[in-house]
Design a protein around this ligand. Structure first.
Ligand code: IVH
Length: 698
């Protein structure tokens, strides 16, 4: 497999433990990088994995371990960088190679035909015959600009104000679909890397991933995002790239801004997209080509597009129509901020009016009672909507929605629609204000609303609905991710008494299940295999799955980076949690209290007894002598490059920042340091030499 990173470290200072990696170790790291890149490409881009997740994880961890032991082996394109870990103070500004333009909008066929007329007025008649068009989705995410120099991903930025964007290279590296090297796929391609390539695309999050993330955040009492676009943008604008790494951000590339290549450059937009796809960049396959004499078909396609886009897993806020010939694009040029050669076709209005047939109360895994609207089915934005959330008692009261009302509903960025308001002028007098029931609709025990809280709870910990929801959460995405196990199985197994505690998931009476309807042999085998496979998930997943308040995926990862086993975590004093960077007192208290309860400790032991992984094979992260301290490296150090010094700091638990602030513990000072030294002096931050840094970690 092609390999661009044969240079290993040439450092040698064996007394510090930061020595040159032996040649065989360097070679192994090189092989691992190439292997991992290949398999990531197979998995994320081609969707055709060749090895199991477990095999991949083991290669990945091997490389991580090598790099941790020999930081100089960590190359800029190492797949391990995808897990993030670079912490910035703020984002640098970068200038785009050309202004990032926007698109003119069209709202119906008339606008569309008018656009085509304008094109023809602008172009000389003898070139009209060359007109043809491409229609592609208008992705609703965060616009990003990526630069590859000689095939290496070197810079990624947001659109910003069109002229300057924010540099978010480290965060973008964590996007699995983004190849760090092109052509991607190693030996599988014979293409040349372009000398330079700058592309534009949209980073986005699938609707289902957005919903799942928000559901978890809401259960954990953490911040919610309003829609998938905000989620994508928020995920990539994190100062700590480790957080970005845990977000399910995807990417479509739709334009080349700069292409310098020794080969023949493509001459049409569609050929350019095909070329980009061949290089391994993610290009959306959802694309249609129309000749100019097919313009009526194009218009009809767009009219139907509203329904089609509802079937896509990601948000699309319209379609983009582009002139295919790049030469004609050039001729057509721009008006103001918009290119003449492209048009955004948008869909107005995603609101509808329907009848509120009932308000039902659902019980969540923590006992929260949520009112939900049961609606007369109605089409909104291409899908049939039957239900909407009403959040809590106050929300219903503030909106004054009553059963029998005509209500306005909206499907915006999110999949779960909202009730916006009631239309009281259409009431006939039979509609009564709604009240939260006094007892749980499932178990009949009282519902309680604590003072100062918006939520109402079923406080019966034996409520079967709570258990169903706990099981659903445990087996769900981001948690144990058990294939073939969903809400249906959770409901059935709890109702039949097969699951009385979460641990029972691993002790199901398979002979009885085999006799149930809908569990034919294959289905049953798949479910069993799914449960078995889930036992080996990383411990952080299990910790998430336990559903501790405030412990979502990110927090669980942070905790498990610190503890090597759930036992160690259960036995730790509360202060040890708060000492971890990123864990606040609220989380520390919640985790501590959870494990003070004997049934929760017993649950972990029972899970372990059933063979669920509760300890990581790796050794504990170690003494982490720099934990909790932030360093700034400046100037030229005697032996380490800046990256190596930063890697050394991080490998020992410290954080690295790009500028000096009050939060800086030490400035590591080399020769020719500039303004950072001034700033350190001004703030009274101690400066240390490379040698002193080495002493700190020795
Ligand atoms: S082409 C010169 N194609 O929509 C403009 N843009 O309203 C070239 N967008 O922020 C843009 N999907 O980044 C193009 N398939 C697509 C797109 C797309 C989404 C974004 C674009 C811009 C916004 C314009």
């Amino acid at each position: 497999m092609a390999n661009r990173n044969t240079e290993a470290s040439t450092l040698s200072d064996s007394t510090t433990g930061f020595s040159t990696a032996p040649a065989n170790v360097a070679a192994r790291a090189t092989d691992l990088r190439a292997l991992l890149r290949h398999h990531q490409y197979q998995y994320y881009v081609l969707d055709a994995p060749e090895i199991s997740d477990a095999a991949f994880d083991s290669l990945f961890r091997e490389l991580q371990a090598l790099e941790a032991a020999h930081p100089a082996l960590r190359t800029a394109d190492s797949p391990t960088l995808r897990v993030g870990g670079v912490v910035a103070d703020k984002f640098e500004k970068v200038e785009h190679p050309a202004p990032m333009l926007s698109l003119a909008n069209a709202f119906g066929s008339e606008d569309l035909y008018a656009w085509r007329e304008r094109l023809k007025r602008f172009l000389p008649a003898e070139r009209h015959g060359e007109l043809s068009y491409v229609v592609e989705p208008k992705f609703d995410g965060l616009t990003v600009v990526l630069r590859y120099d000689h095939g290496d991903f070197v810079l990624g930025a947001t659109r910003g104000d069109g002229q300057f964007g924010e540099k978010i290279t480290d965060n973008l590296r964590t996007v699995r679909r983004l190849p760090l090297v092109i052509p991607a796929g190693g030996a599988t391609t014979s293409m040349h890397a372009p000398l330079q390539l700058i592309v534009r695309g949209e980073a986005y999050v699938d609707k289902a991933d957005f919903e799942a993330f928000n559901a978890r955040q809401s259960e954990a009492g953490e911040r919610l995002y309003a829609n998938p676009r905000n989620f994508a943008a928020g995920s990539l604008r994190q100062l700590d790239s480790a957080i970005s790494a845990q977000r399910p951000v995807k990417l479509w590339i739709y334009q080349a801004l700069v292409l310098e290549t020794e080969d023949n450059a493509p001459e049409t937009h569609s050929a350019m997209l095909a070329y980009l796809a061949q290089l391994g960049l993610p290009v959306c396959p959802n694309l249609r080509h129309f000749g100019d004499d097919d313009f009526d078909a194009l218009a009809a396609y767009l009219a139907e597009y509203g329904a089609l886009r509802a079937t896509l897993p990601y948000e699309v806020d319209g379609a983009v129509i582009k002139v295919d010939s790049l030469e004609l694009q050039e001729l057509l040029g721009f008006t103001g901020k918009d290119p003449r050669w492209a048009l955004a076709y948008k869909y107005a209005g995603e609101e509808a009016v329907t009848r509120l047939n009932a308000i039902v109360v659902n019980i969540g895994r923590t006992g929260v009672a949520t009112p939900n609207a049961v609606l007369e089915p109605v089409a909104v934005g291409g899908v049939i909507v039957k239900a909407a959330t009403l959040h809590n008692e106050d929300y219903v009261r503030d909106l004054d929605v009553r059963v029998g009302d005509q209500v306005v509903i909206k499907r915006a960025g999110e999949v779960i629609p909202k009730v916006l308001r009631a239309l009281p002028e259409l009431r006939n007098g039979s509609e009564a204000p709604w009240q939260m029931p006094s007892v749980c609709p499932i178990c009949g025990e009282p519902l309680v609303r604590p003072p100062d809280e918006a939520a109402t709870y079923c406080v019966n910990s034996a409520c079967p609905e709570q258990l169903v929801r706990k099981v659903e959460y445990f087996v769900g995405r981001g948690a144990m991710d058990i294939e073939g196990f969903g809400i249906k199985q959770a409901e059935a197994f709890v109702e039949l008494g097969y699951i009385k505690s979460l641990a029972d998931i691993y002790n199901l009476p398979w002979e009885k299940i085999a006799a149930l309807e809908g569990y034919k042999e294959k289905r049953l085998d798949n479910l069993r295999a799914g449960i078995e496979a889930g036992k080996q998930r990383p411990v952080a997943r299990l910790l998430t799955a336990l559903g501790i308040r405030f412990v979502g995926e990110t927090v669980a990862e942070l905790l498990m980076q610190h503890f090597s086993s759930l036992q160690a975590l259960m036995d730790a004093p509360q202060e040890e949690f708060s000492a971890i960077h990123g864990i606040g007192p609220r989380i520390a208290e919640s985790v501590h209290e959870f494990f003070l309860l004997e049934p929760n400790r017993a649950l972990v032991h029972q899970l372990a007894a059933y063979g669920v992984r509760t300890a990581e094979a790796r050794a504990p992260v170690g003494a982490q002598p720099l934990a909790g301290k932030t360093f700034v490296v400046t100037g030229t150090l005697p032996t380490l490059s800046r990256e190596e010094a930063q890697a050394l700091i991080k490998a020992n638990g410290g954080k690295v920042a790009g500028s000096v602030s009050k939060a800086t513990a030490y400035v590591v000072l080399g020769e020719n340091a500039g303004s950072k030294l001034d700033k350190a002096r001004e703030l009274g931050i101690p400066t240390i030499s490379e040698e002193e840094l080495r002493a700190l970690v020795a």
